[in-house]
Design a protein around this ligand. Structure first.
Ligand code: ING
Length: 305
């Protein structure tokens, strides 16, 4: 018995600051059509897929910042994607900047959603690990102001039933933290969808710039193997507004093997038939939590300080 999810990693190349959401959605639909031609059930797009990666700039005018956010989802810009996917009977996932009112407060989240084949949003995740900084740091070649523009989620990681299994989400910097994968695995996730925007240059440790692609795969391959999960890592790639972003979007099996990988820095679809039943090869054996895990000993991991 196999529970196959034919999965497409839909990498996006650079999005110019002036590029309209309509134009980007057109690019996303082109990748959706490629996925349909390859029999995909699910297409995964990057983090903040609708606009350029705006945290690279210091902005003081909140209206200028809020122009990068979505107030409703779906909305006029994304409706064509939802409609075409529903026509094709394909589910999808993408990240976007979410502006939401809760009570009398406005919240700004770095968000990602999973939409099923019927066009219903079945999972919403708000980024937990926000990297970067809050204030302008002009010494940097570019800013990374996620801590300024977004609020960190206070909701735990979660998995939702979709595509015949349990699907979890994480966003970009989350993928560097081992807790992300173990939390999702303990909540039953069999596949984790992770969009990312990762600059090659890391101003605080430029001596690591040449290791960005290695670290990208190292984290996700380890997370996949140590938790027996499929990982779909999808980049916004290429030279975007003068900033080089890594690509190498990939699909990783529960064994930790990369089974499909993008080889360009542009819009590119790579696909693989992921058998969710293969998680058990790891989950029932080498990383059987029931048989081998010692949470009563791991007292430091979740300690708050
Ligand atoms: N981007 C980067 C990431 O975690 C970063 C930030 C880049 C951290 C390079 C460390 C090294 O991949 C986002 N959006 O989290």
């Amino acid at each position: 018995m196999a529970r196959i999810v034919a999965t497409g990693a839909a990498q996006l190349g650079p999005i110019a600051r002036a590029e309209s959401r309509e134009s980007v959605v057109g690019r996303m639909i082109a990748l959706l059509e490629k996925g349909a031609a390859r029999g995909c059930d699910l297409i995964v797009y990057p983090e903040l897929a609708l606009t350029t990666f705006f945290p690279r700039w210091y902005m003081e005018d909140q209206a200028e910042v809020d122009a990068f956010f979505e107030r409703t989802m779906p909305n006029d810009a994304t409706a064509p994607l939802f409609a075409r996917a529903k026509e094709l009977g394909i589910g999808f996932s993408f990240g976007y900047a979410e502006l939401v009112r809760e009570g009398d407060r406005l919240h700004h989240y770095n968000t990602a959603i999973v939409v099923d084949k019927e066009g219903q949003i079945v999972h919403r995740y708000r980024k937990i690990h926000l990297p970067g900084h809050k204030e302008n740091e002009p010494w940097r070649a570019f800013q990374h102001l996620e801590k300024r523009y977004f609020e960190a989620s206070s909701e735990p990681f979660s998995a939702a039933e979709a595509f015949g299994g349990l699907i979890g989400q994480a966003i970009c910097n989350d993928r560097r933290w081992p807790e992300t994968y173990r939390e999702l695995a303990l909540r039953g996730a069999e596949m984790v969808l992770i969009g990312y925007n990762t600059p090659v240059h890391y101003p605080l440790a430029p001596e690591h710039d040449h290791l960005q692609c290695f670290h990208n795969h190292l984290c996700m391959q380890a997370g996949a193997y140590q938790n027996g999960m499929w990982i779909v890592g999808v980049a916004k790639a290429g030279k975007e507004e003068g900033c080089d972003l890594i690509g190498q979007s990939c699909i990783i099996a529960p064994t930790g093997e990369i089974v499909a990988m993008a080889s360009t820095l542009g819009d590119e679809l790579v696909a693989y038939e992921c058998d969710l039943d293969r998680c058990v090869e790891i989950r029932a054996n080498i990383f059987s939590f029931k048989l081998h895990r010692r949470p009563e000993i791991y007292t430091a991991i979740a300690a708050v300080n």
